[in-house]
Write a protein that binds this ligand. Structure first.
Ligand code: PLP
Length: 442
């Protein structure tokens, strides 16, 4: 595999052009492709397009290929299982991989005591399951979620989402009883306060205002939260935020549901991002990185909370045996070395970006944990006016130079390479990113 990006054709190349034309004819126009990459094959962090161009991938298929593209151990686990059993439906029958994976997940999710795992196929399904379980267990109807949150696109998960109106337009009425509140987005505090002087006003406001005026706490089933907001802009809340939120939730018998779909499975250097905040959620939703690219979602809760009866929720494909084997191989790799690598390379990436921030005024904020790192672009450091046009221009420029990155929020770029990324690959990504920033906004 090459160690530098190689762009041999204009982009898109002739084969890519043909396929994109065909895609436009047959594939749903609801997808949001920001640049014309047509992938043929990939290994580790290196992606080959259909015209033989080679790219360094800092997207990991939107934070999914945790172990890099086609990790040999994951591929072997998939191949072995494919020869033995493709599907039987874990909702109606038993099979070993689903049971073994449930046992493994229960052991890596923080918290003592017995736990149960529900399997679906995606992040939205994991969140949807948490939504239903919270209602089932508490028999309460209301829920709280955050502005900027992305929890998925099925009607329940979409109702919790508050990221972009295009995701909700024409889909109302959605599930009722959800109140969205400001996230602890300190770079742009909704209350114009500064941490730590604010004394976590955004959390206090819930008890002092929300619960006293419009939302009776005793009717709230759950608070849904991303430990670090993903789609909303890779926003890291301040220390103490989740701990204080958990305290309030517990006080009123409300379940704290951590959507770890993007932040979980080692991406931040710990198995789950909540661990950075020394706080423990009641329910966890997992997907994306869990099976290195195979479709799998999981919702995990203590046995005393996952107390629903047979038939109350299920999925034909959820916990597919091949996905379960891929997940077991993935977790083994994460535990062996990749979480540690995420910490080490994440620090290198953050350090490099902070260095660039000294030169490029437009890099308003650099933030993240492990390999979940975001840069927010502004026109002016003082006014923090979002540089919404530079963001896509930088992403496209990086693509032309052979680096794959994606946006998040209104004006941020996310860096979420595979957890196998090397120091050389981090440095290479940083240098291409710098060229793109310099040429667009320098
Ligand atoms: C935090 C979070 N939750 C849920 C989802 C939905 O996952 P999926 O697209 O697998 O349904 C996403 C996807 O980006 C996500 O980032």
């Amino acid at each position: 595999m090459p160690k530098t990006p190689t762009i041999k054709t204009t982009l898109p190349g002739p084969r890519a052009k043909k396929l994109i034309k065909l895609d436009k004819t047959y594939v749903s126009p609801s997808y949001t492709r920001v640049y014309p990459l047509v992938v043929d094959q990939a290994k580790g962090l290196w992606v080959h397009d259909v015209d033989g161009n080679i790219f360094l991938d800092f997207t990991a298929g939107i934070a999914v290929n945790a172990t890099g593209h086609c990790h040999p151990q994951v591929v072997k686990a998939i191949q072995r299982q494919a020869e033995q059993l493709l599907h039987m439906s874990g909702t109606d029958f038993y099979y070993t991989p689903q049971i073994q994976l449930a046992e493994k997940i229960a052991s890596v999710v923080p918290g003592n005591g017995p736990k149960r795992v529900y399997f679906g196929n995606s992040g939205a399904e994991a969140v949807e399951a948490a939504f239903k379980l919270a209602r089932w267990h508490t028999k309460r109807e209301l829920n709280i979620a955050f502005f900027g949150a992305f929890h998925g696109r099925t009607m329940g998960a979409l109702s919790l989402t508050a990221s972009k109106t295009v995701q909700k337009k024409h889909y109302n009425p959605l599930v009722p009883g959800i109140t969205h509140i400001p996230y602890a987005y300190c770079y742009r505090c909704a209350y114009n306060l500064c941490y730590p002087d604010c004394e976590l006003f955004c959390v206090k406001w819930i008890e002092d205002t929300l619960f006293r005026t419009t939302v009776p706490a005793e009717e709230v089933a759950a608070i849904f939260v991303e430990p670090i907001q993903g789609e909303g802009g890779y926003i890291v809340p301040p220390p103490g935020f989740h701990k204080e939120m958990c305290r309030i939730a517990k006080k009123y018998g409300i379940l704290y549901v951590a959507d770890e779909v993007q932040s979980g499975m080692g991406r931040t250097g710990k198995m789950f991002a909540m661990e950075h905040f020394k706080a423990k959620a009641d329910i966890i939703a997992i997907a994306k990185g869990i099976a290195s690219g195979l479709p799998l979602g999981a919702m995990v809760a203590p046995a005393k909370i996952m107390d629903w009866e047979a038939g109350s929720h299920a999925s034909t494909f959820g916990g597919n045996p091949i996905s379960c084997q891929a997940a077991m191989a993935t977790i083994e790799l994460l535990e062996k070395s990749l979480m540690k690598n995420a910490t080490v390379q994440g620090k290198r990436l953050m350090k490099g970006l902070h260095e660039l921030q000294k030169t490029y005024e437009c890099m308003g904020d650099v933030r993240g944990k492990g390999l979940m790192v975001g840069v927010e672009f502004v026109k002016d450091r003082e006014t923090k006016e979002p540089a919404t046009k530079w963001r896509p221009a930088i992403i496209r420029k990086a693509f032309q130079k052979g680096l794959l990155i994606l946006g998040c929020g209104e004006n941020s770029i996310r860096f979420c390479p595979a957890l196998t990324v090397s120091a050389k690959e981090i440095d290479l990504g940083l240098s291409i990113f710098e060229e793109a920033v310099r040429e667009v906004a320098g």
